[in-house]
Ligand binder design. Sequence first.
Ligand code: ZN
Length: 234
Amino acid sequence: MPSPSRRKTAAAPPDRDSATDRIAGALTQAIIERRLMPGTRLAEQKLADLFQVSRTLVRQALNQLSRDRLVTLTPARGACVAEPSVEEARQVFEVRRMLEAQLARELAARITPAQVRQLRSHLKEERAAVKRQDISGRTRLLADFHVLLARLLGNEVLAELLQELLSRSSLIALMYQSGHSAAESQAEHEALVDALEAGDAARAERLMLGHLGHVEAHLRLQQPSSDLRTALQL
Ligand SMILES: [Zn+2]
């Protein structure tokens, strides 16, 4: 299945050259980098004009994003950037903990010095983006770190799954105003790479679970209340 994750990033494989992928990729990037907010309407005709393609291609791209849960399609409103529910957010993080704890363990057991160097150079880019307060760049790099770990393990299926989960996580962080600072996440990535380099599987797993736990704990996972009394805390 073609996926918007085919866009060019530090962790991504070579691009697949199709207009649908290009549109889906550009929209995914805009969502992840917080340039498109949850609930934003994505008008087919407007997108067709902007990308200078047919509405059919735009519709295909939107369908693809809807399968990735980044876009919601409704007959009444058309396509909108998805607004993940609290329950969905919890489930996404639950799945990430399951997958990434094991990923950290396995990678610690078999990481090579060349792979450690690759991770170190990614961390350097993260640090630079955090330092210069490049919000788009740091958001993308902090997400790519997790996908890169899966790629280093040599498991493309896991990398694609994580790419999708990381895109959804970015949207969730945007929706529920993550208070976990980019600097904290970045520092946690550094500690994790130290554990991987030391080949310490138990520590790598513990640090990964701690990191994901912190990110989730800092989300304000409360569904806005439609009940006036509750909303006003009376
Ligand atoms: Zn992270």
